[in-house]
Design a protein around this ligand. Structure first.
Ligand code: UDP
Ligand code: MG
Length: 160
């Protein structure tokens, strides 16, 4: 495929981005939100939220059998998180790039984890790994009426 054809195949997607308790405690909320905002994606949901254990377990159910699972659940429920829904063409993969590798020591400089974190167990932010999981996670973390449909005025300046 030619690059422009591949780009044309990418659709409007939704992704669930979450600032983890360490990101909130370290005062990185504004910094992290601004990276997605400046990139040009559309924020459709946002809240500060104390996550119950059951929700954390459901969110990370694919990792249930991993040895780090109990610590991961303790981490995610250790303080408030910032829940966000973002929308845009190719937003799922692009947000993962902005976030960087799971282990912050392997994350490139310029990425959120590469710039702001040092440990896998304190990697400040979550991003959905597929469009399907984006939808699943947004439905899991947001209730009916908590998401907004709106048209940013900058749209004609982002897309030709
Ligand atoms: N995690 C961990 N130890 C590991 C792998 C993962 O504590 O060895 C945590 C880490 O917070 C990570 C989360 O579990 O962000 C989910 O793991 P995943 O492999 O899905 O990484 P991500 O998609 O967040 O990059
Ligand atoms: Mg993941």
């Amino acid at each position: 495929f030619l690059p422009h054809l591949v780009a044309a195949m990418v659709e409007v997607e939704e992704t669930y981005i979450m600032i983890k308790p360490d990101g909130v405690q370290r005062g990185l909320v504004g910094e992290i939100i601004s990276r997605f905002e400046k990139k040009g994606f559309k924020l459709t949901g946002l809240k500060l939220f104390q996550c119950p254990k059951e929700l954390a377990q459901e969110h990370y159910k694919d990792l249930q059998s991993k040895p780090f699972f109990p610590k991961l659940i303790d981490y995610i429920t250790s303080g408030p998180v910032v829940c966000m829904a973002w929308e845009g063409v190719g937003v799922v993969a692009s947000a993962r790039k902005l976030i960087g590798a799971t282990n912050p020591l392997n994350a490139e400089p310029g990425t959120i984890r590469g710039d702001l974190a040092v440990q896998t167990g304190r990697n400040v932010v979550h991003g959905s790994d597929s469009p399907e999981n984006g939808k699943r996670e947004i439905a899991l973390w947001f209730k009916e009426g908590e998401l907004c449909e709106w048209a940013p005025v900058q749209e004609p300046w982002l897309k030709e």
